[in-house]
Design a binder for this molecule. Sequence first.
Ligand SMILES: Cc1cc2nc3c(=O)[nH]c(=O)nc-3n(C[C@H](O)[C@H](O)[C@H](O)COP(=O)(O)OP(=O)(O)OC[C@H]3O[C@@H](n4cnc5c(N)ncnc54)[C@H](O)[C@@H]3O)c2cc1C
Length: 400
Amino acid sequence: MTGQTEFIPSRTEALKNLSDFLPKAGRNYAARRNYDFGAGRHHEVSKLSPYLRCRLITEREVLRAVLNRHSEKAAEKFIQEVFWRTYWKGWLELRPSTWRHYQTGLATAWNNVQTQDGLRDRWGAACRGDTDLECFNSWAHELVSTGYLHNHARMWFASIWIFTLRLPWELGADFFLRHLLDGDPASNTLSWRWVAGLQTPGKTYLARASNIAKYSDGRFRAERQLADAAPPLTGPPHPPPTPLRPPLTVQRDLKTGLLLHHDDLSPGFLLETLRPVSLCQLRHDNGFSPLTPSPLVTEFRHAATNETATRFAHRFETTAIAGSVEDLLDWSARENLQQIIMAEAPVGPIATLLQDFANHPQAPRLCAVRRPYDALTWPLATKGFFSFRKSIPNVLSQII
Ligand SMILES: Cc1cc2nc3c(=O)[nH]c(=O)nc-3n(C[C@H](O)[C@H](O)[C@H](O)COP(=O)(O)OP(=O)(O)OC[C@H]3O[C@@H](n4cnc5c(N)ncnc54)[C@H](O)[C@@H]3O)c2cc1C
């Protein structure tokens, strides 16, 4: 399977996608968003997720643009979907051990793949899209070759992976994270857990042939091929929410560098009152999988980071690229930096790498600045989405 993605990694392209989609973000979206017409025909959804994932465009920008065009009532469904992303982010920030728990489960499952021939064959066939299920194979091919899957296809795929093919859910989540351009520790891990019955305990998602036939526009017939029950997997109870890390205060009198990373490529809010002297792009490609991420994902993130750095470069005396803690130490020493500022990276590989850097005795102080949108919304994700949802009007009134 060779890769060819329609997603061009630039802010201009993100803004174009948004403006092309805006007329459809109202009642049309509510009525049509569940239809998956297949690769190259996802015209009823926004396809903004690769851009939102790395914040080439922010949630706030998208919400503002939508509310400029539609009433809150007409765009209710689309707004809610954007807030699902926000909710999952907040939920994981308040319970970071869930990410570590997933990584431990993945390491065990990966060890089993390497030591059990039968499991390795079944996992390999699923990832290659070489099973007896035409629909599943088609989604695997689409994901690998384009870096995108419709939400409904993600739900069907995850359900079939877990309940029909009976493969470990962590390996499926890993397959998605390696291939989705929008692959995101919070949305991906927690959505897979939701399908498996681990996130909303006892509640699973069962893919049904009739639902697939209807919403794939009759492209797939899977009668008598799918599991007819989805018994929930079991796992430890949710950890209680823990307080968010209190961010370090930025000091204005220190020689400062700006670190740019693909968890947040809208650094403008950091530069409103500060004048860092040097800009460094962080290129951290993995840290989440025992396997190599798809070149489509790596190239998209490198190019998006580079495009952002190029747009902002004129504000800095020097620029650099770093891929490791050692590179970051070299950059800080070379530039005599006393402080590094960055948009806070949420739970995931970048936050883990930067924690290692911050703990190094030679590192300057590292200030991860929390974006006001995150500061406002993350603390609200203490319970389920339906409780979180009640805060949406209040959040909107503060950000619009
Ligand atoms: C098993 C599974 C894994 C998933 N993995 C990811 C992932 O790694 N990264 C990711 O961004 N989304 C993930 N999702 C959520 C959702 O499928 C995608 O966000 C959505 O399909 C992106 O396409 P779009 O931009 O065209 O969405 P639209 O329908 O146009 O929605 C607009 C925006 O709202 C957000 N959104 C929409 N639906 C959801 C949702 N269910 N959960 C969270 N945010 C949502 C996205 O940011 C999206 O860009 C996953 C869903 C499932 C079921």
